[in-house]
Each structure stands twice: as structure tokens, then as C-alpha cells.
Design a protein around this ligand. Structure first.
Ligand SMILES: *Cc1c(COP(=O)(O)O)cnc(C)c1O
Length: 436
């Protein structure tokens, strides 16, 4: 498969170049030149396949022979080595649990697949790959654990001091090996600015082979399509075939992958874009005006994005077909008070605890089901992270019900190792040059 830039649909690069460049020079995003439909036989028999089998079939459909079948299979078996179950909460309401990977967030799908694809493409004798990543919380953990021990790679994570949860910080700072963590005395935006500047610094680029692992990398998007197919397969087993997905959205990579799955032939009735107060996309779906705004801080902070970076991919998939987009995607947005109320309602109804991002997706699904009445669909809302990653947002009685996964208990026995730096570029650059 060849890829083009959304800013120049005549351009062509290989999958390898798209993965290592992350973003085209012209600042568009990479998209496959064609989105091949999966064969009907596969789609109609999805419930006969396991998650790794589905993942292999879908990836091969899109990538063709960019990675030989046996190698692709090995990458997938190694990367997607955890479950993504749907759990029935009530009639026609299911939750898709995407938090059973090592960092307890759905970003494990993207980060684990991308790291192994990068490692596969690094040829014998090639220079070590230096991954720089700025994180406000979940991305760093997924990337750190995704690259941990992957040969010929090194990851440097920048995170804002005092602004990530304790568990997130432990996930970033207790790895050792090829992972190092920098605690920046600043905000997430400062971290991101440092990384961006490093990519344009001639001296650093001469010394190191720098790459970014952010959410716009096409190798993070592709594996996120797998769990939509797999969720649909599980719904089929429960006798449901008309499905609505409700997706908690920030940078719109997750829902973008769902739409890519739909383009490949997954027969989804509708997608719900569920956001917090950062409602650029729900507003656009309502009034047709795309007006990016500065982000505002909310309880669901992994979705505090005012100008979603993956939106151009969705726009590219629908070109000018606004009515097609409107038929398929509906937007809902919620305040922090509504988020807190939703966390409580989910607990009261089902004795089930959801993280604040997931709570927003549940509320959006409930509102949608109320708005359209019985349209014969079953709803699946995506749970993007385990609630234990956001302990600060729960009232005492709900917090007490969260069971701590084994990997977190183990983390809590480890001690943090990070290097404290200011937010000035010179200090960061100096660190990189002195720590070869
Ligand atoms: C990253 C993240 C999101 C937002 O996903 P996008 O792909 O950026 O829309 C939602 N919830 C959690 C927990 C996240 O970590």
C-alpha cells in the first residue's frame, strides 16, 4: 500500500516512510491511497475469528505485501496479546473494555503495534531510533511500555511535573532499559514545544535518528481498527448485528479508526463522537462550521483538545460529502458536572466503575438512544482507560470499588526514576547531547 498526504493527494510514500516520517513535510497526514473493502465472506463470518486472526486479516487487507505474512502475523501476535471484551450492562448497552493492555488504556493497541513495525523496518546496522514523546498522561505510558525492550530503539518521554496521576507517573518512570523519563517544570504544551523544537534542531538531527510517536502516526491508527471488528464479532455472538459505537474523543484517532473500519466494510449503523467541553467537532456536526478553539481543562483531560489533529483524516475520508458524514456520525458534548453525574449513574445502575472519558461515551450513547427511540440498534460504548488511572475524580464510595489490576500493584513497589529539567530548550538539548 502506498500513502499520500492529505495536503497533496498526488504524493506517494511507502508504508515504511509513512511510519518513520510520522507527518509529511507539508504538514498533512498520511492516508492509504485506497481503502480496500474486506471480502463479504470475512465480514459475514467475523464471529468465527479470534482477535489476532481478525487483526491479521484486516492489516493484510490494508497493507498488502508491505510486510510478509509470517512477519506481520508475528508482529500482531506479539503486539495484541491482551483481550478487548464487550461486557453487557443492560439490554442493548455494552461496554468495550480497551484497558486490558500493559498501560491500562486503549493507546496500547497503537503504541505496541507501531513499536514493533518500526523495529521490523529498522534494517541491520541502521542507526538506533530515538523516539521523543511529550505526554499529558496516557500516551507516554503506552509508548514507554510499547517500546520497552524493543531492540535498536530508545524512548525519551517528557511529562509535565505534577500534572499526571501517580499511576501514570509510575508507568513513565519505572521502566529503565531503553526508556528514560524527563520531568519538565512546565505544562504539557511546554513539553510538546521542546519535542517540536528538537525535530528542527540541526545538531540533534545530525547526531540522532529522531522520530516521534504521537497519535498521528499511521501505524497507530491501523491497529485501532482491529477492536471495532472484534467488538462487532462479539456482538454478533450475542445476536446483535445493527451496532452503534460511542467513542470518547479528543484527537479523534480512535473514532477515525472506527470510520476506517467502516470504509473497509464493517457494517456500523452509526458512530457517536462524545466529547467534553472541547466540542469543536460536535459543533461542526451541528452547524457545519469547523472552528478550532484553545483547549479548556476538564476532568477527562486526555480529551482536552480544541483542534483535533486527526480530524483532517476524517475530512479526507468524506471529502465534501457532508451529508454522508452527518448520516454516519453524531456528536454529543458534556460538562464536568455531567461527567461526574454520569460516573455516578453508571455505578448506581450497574455497579460498574468507568473512567471520566468512558463516562462521557456512556452518557452520549444513552442520550442518543433516547433521541432516536427504538431504531433496532444495540450500542457499544468504548472504555478507553481503567478507572484506577484517574483516582482523583471519584467520590469515596465509588473509589473504594475500583479493583487495582496486578500490574499496578507491582508498579507501586517500584521507585520513580526521572531527570528534572526546566522548560528551556537549551537545557533539554544539553541533556540529549550529554546522555548518548
Ligand atoms: C487518548 C485518550 C482519549 C482520546 O482518544 P483520541 O484518539 O485522541 O480521540 C480518550 N480517553 C483516554 C483515556 C485517552 O487516553
Amino acid at each position: 500500500m502506498k500513502f499520500y498526504s492529505t495536503n497533496n493527494t498526488l504524493s506517494r510514500v511507502s508504508f515504511k516512510d509513512a511510519v518513520f516520517n510520522s507527518m509529511p513535510q507539508d504538514k498533512g497526514l498520511y492516508m492509504p491511497v485506497t481503502i480496500p473493502r474486506l471480502d463479504d465472506k470475512f465480514i459475514n463470518n467475523l464471529d468465527g475469528y479470534t482477535l489476532p486472526e481478525i487483526a491479521f486479516h484486516v492489516a493484510q487487507n490494508l497493507l498488502g505485501d508491505d510486510i510478509p505474512a509470517d512477519e506481520l502475523k508475528a508482529i500482531i501476535d506479539d503486539a495484541i496479546n491482551f483481550y478487548a471484551p464487550i461486557v453487557k450492562l443492560e439490554e442493548d448497552v455494552f461496554v468495550l473494555e480497551l484497558f486490558h493492555g500493559p498501560s491500562l488504556a486503549f493507546k496500547d493497541f497503537g503504541a505496541r503495534f507501531m513499536s514493533r513495525v518500526m523495529s521490523y523496518f529498522l534494517e541491520e546496522g541502521e542507526k538506533q531510533l530515538d523516539v521523543l514523546v511529550a505526554t499529558s498522561g496516557d500516551t507516554g505510558g503506552a509508548v514507554a511500555l510499547g517500546f520497552l525492550g524493543v531492540p535498536n530503539t530508545r524512548v525519551t518521554i517528557l511529562y509535565p511535573k505534577g500534572k499526571v496521576s501517580d499511576i501514570q507517573e509510575l508507568q513513565l518512570t519505572t521502566n529503565g532499559q531503553n526508556i528514560r523519563a524527563l520531568e519538565i517544570d512546565g505544562t504539557f504544551d511546554d513539553c510538546q514545544a521542546l519535542v517540536k523544537q528538537a525535530f528542527t534542531d540541526a545538531e540533534l538531527n545530525a547526531r540522532y535518528r529522531l522520530t516521534s510517536a504521537n497519535s498521528i502516526n499511521i501505524a497507530r491508527l491501523i491497529p485501532q481498527t482491529f477492536y471495532y471488528f472484534n467488538a462487532y464479532a462479539q456482538a454478533l455472538k450475542q445476536g446483535k448485528s445493527k451496532i452503534v459505537f460511542s467513542v470518547p474523543s479528543g484527537n479523534f484517532g480512535n473514532i477515525g479508526a472506527g470510520l476506517l473500519a467502516w470504509k473497509m466494510g464493517l457494517p456500523v449503523e452509526r458512530f457517536i463522537a462524545a466529547t467534553n467541553a472541547n466540542d469543536t467537532v460536535p459543533q461542526f456536526l451541528k452547524n457545519g462550521i469547523y472552528q478550532p478553539k484553545p483547549s479548556v481543562a476538564t476532568l477527562s483531560n486526555a480529551m482536552d483538545v480544541g483542534n483535533p489533529s486527526n480530524w483532517v483524516r476524517i475530512a479526507d475520508m468524506f471529502k465534501d460529502d457532508m451529508s454522508g458524514l452527518n448520516k454516519l456520525v453524531t456528536g454529543y458534548s458534556f460538562t464536568d458536572d455531567e461527567t461526574t453525574a454520569a460516573i455516578k449513574a453508571v455505578y448506581d445502575h450497574y455497579k460498574y466503575v468507568v473512567c471520566p472519558h468512558t463516562a462521557i461515551a456512556w452518557q452520549a450513547l444513552k442520550d442518543y438512544q433516547q433521541d432516536v427511540h427504538a431504531d433496532g440498534t444495540a450500542g457499544i460504548f468504548l472504555s478507553t482507560a481503567h478507572p484506577c488511572k484517574f483516582p482523583g475524580v471519584f467520590p469515596q464510595e465509588i473509589a473504594a470499588q475500583i479493583d487495582t489490576p496486578a500490574q499496578v500493584k507491582e508498579l507501586q513497589t517500584k521507585s520513580k526514576q526521572s531527570v528534572a529539567l526546566g522548560k528551556d530548550f537549551e537545557g533539554f538539548k544539553d541533556y540529549l547531547l550529554k546522555n548518548n
